[in-house]
Write a protein that binds this ligand. Structure first.
Ligand code: ADP
Length: 263
C-alpha cells in the first residue's frame, strides 16, 4: 500500500540490480499516476462545490416566501449560468480524458482554416463589443489544413474568449492566421494562429502553470471560466501534431500562439 517505498538497487550491474531498477521505475510511474488521479478527483470536487452551493442557495431563496417575481427570475438566471458552466466543464473534461486514455480519434478533413477563423471571430465579435473591446483580424486567405473542424473552432474560441475575459476597458484584440516556412528542409510549413490582447497579462511565474487543468491565476479567480480552456488548447494543438505558447507582459497584455503543421 506504500508506493513511495523502493527496492535497494545496489551498485553492481548484475541481473538482480537491473531487475530492482526496472521494478523501481515502474513503482515511480505508478506512484505518479496515482497522485495525478488523486489530484484530479480533488480538483473536480473542489470545482463543483462552488456552482453547486450557488444553485442550492438560489433554489432555497426562490422557494422561500420572501422571493418576489423579480427575485425568482434572478435566481433562475443565476442557476442557469451555473448549470451552463458545469455542463461546459463536464464536456471539456470528457474530451480531455478521452484524449488522455487514447479513446479519442479526431475527425480529420481538409478544412479552410481561413474561413473557419474568420467565422469564429465573427461569432465572438458581439461579446467583444459588449465588453467595450475592439477586435481586429489579419487572416491569410485560403489556408487549408487537415484538421478536426470542431476542435479547431474550440481552440480559437477558447483563446479569443480569454482575450475578452482578461482584457481591460477600451482594450484591443488581434487574431491573426498566417503560414511560417520551415527553417530547415526536413520540417513542414506551419499554420500559425495568434491571439494578442491588451489585457491584464500573466505573471512570469504563472506562464507555464496556466496550461494545467483547473489552474487560474489569482487575478482571475472570480471569473466565469472553468480553468480548462487552455488545457484544451494545448491538447488540441498536440492532437494535430502542433504546440502552443504564451507570452505576456503583466499589466499590458498577452500573446497566445499555436503552431500546427500544414500536412
Ligand atoms: P479559465 O476558464 O479560468 O479562463 P483557462 O485554462 O482558459 O481557464 O486559463 C487559465 C488561466 O490563465 C486563467 O484563469 C487566467 O488566469 C489565465 N489567462 C488565460 N488567458 C489569459 C489572457 N488572455 N490574459 C490574461 N490571463 C489569461
Amino acid at each position: 500500500t506504500d508506493l513511495s517505498r523502493r527496492i535497494p538497487e545496489g551498485k553492481r550491474n548484475d541481473e538482480l540490480s537491473r531487475l530492482a531498477r526496472t521494478v523501481n521505475g515502474m513503482l515511480s510511474r505508478l506512484q505518479e499516476s496515482f497522485a495525478r488521479e488523486r489530484r484530479f478527483t480533488s480538483d473536480v470536487s473542489h470545482e463543483l462545490r462552488t456552482p453547486l452551493a450557488v444553485i442550492r442557495s438560489q433554489c432555497e431563496y426562490a422557494l422561500s416566501p420572501e422571493a418576489d417575481c423579480d427575485g425568482k427570475q434572478e435566481a433562475l438566471t443565476s442557476i442557469l449560468r451555473q448549470t451552463r458552466r458545469m455542463s461546459d466543464m463536464a464536456s471539456q473534461l470528457l474530451l480531455l480524458s478521452r484524449g488522455e486514455n487514447g479513446t479519442f480519434t479526431p475527425s480529420l478533413a481538409q478544412v479552410n482554416l481561413s474561413r473557419l477563423t474568420a467565422m469564429t471571430c465573427m461569432d465572438l465579435e458581439p461579446a467583444a463589443e459588449a465588453a467595450g473591446l475592439t477586435m481586429e483580424t489579419q487572416i491569410q486567405p485560403d489556408l487549408t489544413l487537415n484538421c478536426d473542424e470542431t476542435l479547431m473552432i474550440r481552440l480559437i474560441t477558447n483563446l479569443v474568449t480569454n482575450a475578452i475575459r482578461y482584457n481591460q476597458p477600451g482594450g484591443f484584440i488581434r487574431v491573426s492566421l498566417s503560414t511560417e516556412s520551415p527553417s530547415d528542409e526536413a520540417s513542414q510549413p506551419m499554420a500559425v494562429i495568434r491571439v494578442s490582447d491588451t489585457g491584464i497579462g500573466i505573471a512570469k511565474e504563472d506562464l507555464e502553470k496556466i496550461w494545467e487543468r483547473f489552474y487560474r491565476a489569482d487575478s482571475s479567480r472570480s471569473s466565469d471560466g472553468t480553468g480548462l480552456g487552455l488545457s484544451m488548447v494545448r491538447w488540441i494543438a498536440q492532437v494535430h501534431g502542433g504546440w502552443a505558447k504564451a507570452e505576456s507582459s503583466p499589466g499590458h497584455g498577452s500573446v497566445f500562439t499555436v503552431w500546427v503543421p500544414v500536412g
